[in-house]
Design a protein. Sequence first.
Length: 231
Amino acid sequence: MPEYLTSSSAPAASGPAGAAVPAARPSPGTSGPVVGFDLDMTLIDSRPGIGAAYRVLAAETGVPIDVDLVVSRLGPPLETELAAWYPADQVPDVAARYRELYPGTAITPSLALPGAAEALEAVRAHGGRSLVVTAKYEEHARLHLDHLGLRADLVVGGLWAEAKGVALREQGASVYVGDHLGDVRGARAAGAFSVAVATGGCTPAELRDAGADVVLAGLAEFPAWLTEFAG
């Protein structure tokens, strides 16, 4: 398990040099902003669950899979990872089997990351709406949120990188929060403020270099940041 950055060890929240934090766009029908969140390694630590699902899959198919490597690079779509272990013509069937295995193997072991519930509550407290926009199969994303008691106003699954920007733009999102370079790209595609959290496999420097407007150590820092952003 990687050591989560703390406020004392992580770089301070930062954006482009000299850039002012823009005003939040209010959600239609609400007084506050629409904020999107990634799921894996942003709201939840799904590594234990995903690892368990991959171990069962490897045992069933007889294919050796380096599970530690798999869970170190979460973010891209399932099929992208499976293509590293299976021939291309087998990937659709293996992906279907993984999704069958997932509810019974991956939901219970996965945990909420520190500050996840508080981050979602902070959006509500500012009169806004929270979205979960993830590459994960949407039904599985909902199972995770329900199991952990995390409340979001909308869940959209099956979207990665720039494709996330389509859903974010349609919902009028002002902010997108994620841990991966692909999440930064999704925010940029939506014209949303990119908030990166250093709880996944990407370093703060990588996230800043990719264009994140602000890098937080984790979601525990998000409510205070949102208060400044929402004004």
